[in-house]
Design a binder for this molecule. Structure first.
Ligand SMILES: CC(C)(COP(=O)(O)OP(=O)(O)OC[C@H]1O[C@@H](n2cnc3c(N)ncnc32)[C@H](O)[C@@H]1OP(=O)(O)O)[C@@H](O)C(=O)NCCC(=O)NCCS
Length: 371
């Protein structure tokens, strides 16, 4: 057995297809290269939940429901106000999403209809939690969600108070599509394990948020931007990266358990980073990223993953660095909930075995005075 359940097939799913050798990622049969330029986050979320692309009426229905569920229960806003201002946004998200269940009369209703409604609610509310916490910690009142904006546009509006322009809306929308699902990644697996005990959907997504927070998973995008800021200039990239190699440290935003070729999400995010950095007059972040990629590829044969070019893209849009991973959660909420619904629809407790590596079970207990 390889450590970390590498290559282990841990369940059947009809949601996400990955070919790690060819670099293919598809949601419900639609290649990410089809969805990224053409779809919207609302449409992609519908695809993940329902298994097929919506017609116009269905898309309007799902989008309307997502808009209608954006407001948080008042006690959850009070809870966010009571948290320390220094709390990590991922901590605030984990706590607030868990708390939302106590104000949802349907929290314990395990009917498929109620679980679908909760999936849409969670999806809508996740963006509000993050932006509300950010405003509160910055000494401002949270902004009320706007029902005339898309999920991406409303996130930007609630975060900044500014009117989002079409370029920013599209960049965020594409990022949301690209991060929406990724098969049995660590956080989705955690969410499914919790769901498989027939615990409620809030408990399951809270497990997912906890797993996403780690720097080996969603937390990597923040580490990438902190690295770029530390390097500071393209002329300093080579020395910095070679120093990391010498210290045998990992380069944030590189490597993947499943892809042995380019992560297809990175293909889009590289282009988006270039465009966004140029438009913002801050090309140096893209140039530094491209130089890091060239060295790591040449010396280590390791490719950038989804987190590498998303970092500079979000930074120049004006997103605070510690909101990069929470924004990943805004997107992945649709994948987590689709997987949880799939788990409930054909459930069996997930309970693997461990290969025992401890002492033989023959030891005799002795009183503490004799040890
Ligand atoms: C994603 C990741 C956790 C996958 O882990 P994994 O499948 O367990 O792979 P390993 O950590 O065992 O790495 C395998 C080899 O590649 C090397 N490697 C993997 N990622 C690397 C990186 N980012 N920088 C430098 N070397 C790396 C390891 O050092 C190891 O080399 P070795 O066999 O000589 O010891 C890992 O690549 C990583 O830590 N990347 C940085 C964090 C990151 O970007 N996470 C977001 C993932 S979407």
């Amino acid at each position: 057995m390889k450590a970390g359940l590498e290559d282990v097939i841990a369940g059947e799913s009809g949601i996400c297809y990955i070919d790690g050798e060819k670099g293919i990622l598809a949601y419900r049969g639609y290649d990410i290269h089809e969805l990224a330029p053409n779809s919207t986050f609302e449409e992609t979320s519908h695809l993940l939940w329902f298994g097929r692309l919506p017609n116009a009426v269905e898309l309007k229905d799902t989008s309307d429901k997502m808009r209608a569920n954006r407001v948080l229960p008042a006690p959850v806003i009070s809870l966010l106000k009571a948290l320390p201002k220094e709390a990590l946004p991922m901590e605030a998200l984990r706590t607030a999403v868990s708390a939302c269940s106590m104000y949802d009369p349907e929290a314990e209703d395990m009917s498929p209809e109620a679980n679908l409604r909760k999936a849409i609610r969670l999806n809508a509310q996740c963006a509000t939690v993050i932006t509300a916490f950010h405003n509160i910690r910055s000494g401002r009142e949270p902004l009320s969600p706007r029902s005339d904006l898309s999920h991406a546009g409303n996130f930007y509006y609630m975060l900044t108070g500014k009117e989002p322009n079409p370029t920013i809306i599209r960049a965020l929308d594409v990022a949301l599509i690209l991060h929406a699902d990724h098969e049995l990644n660590a956080s989705t697996f955690a969410a499914r394990v919790t769901a498989a005990t027939l615990s409620d959907i809030y408990s399951a997504v809270t497990s997912g948020i906890g797993a996403l927070k780690g720097p080996l998973h969603g937390g990597a995008n923040e580490a990438v931007m902190r690295m770029l800021l530390k390097i500071g200039d393209v002329s300093k990239v080579d020395a910095y990266v070679r120093d990391l190699f010498e210290q045998k440290k990992k380069i944030p935003g590189f490597g993947h358990r499943v892809y042995h070729t380019e992560d297809p999400r990175a293909t889009h995010l590289r282009r988006m980073s270039q465009q966004a950095c140029e438009k913002a007059g801050q090309s140096k972040w893209f140039e530094m990223s491209a130089r890091i990629e060239a060295i790591v590829k040449a010396e280590k044969k390791i490719n950038p993953n989804v987190d590498f070019y998303s970092a500079s893209t979000y930074y120049v849009i004006g997103m605070p660095i510690d909101l990069f991973t929470p924004f990943f959660a805004v997107s992945r909420m649709s994948g987590w909930t689709a997987h949880i619904l799939e788990q409930y629809s054909n459930n069996r407790l997930i309970r693997p075995r461990a290969e025992y590596a401890g002492p033989a079970p023959e030891l005799k207990w002795v009183p503490v005075s004799q040890r």
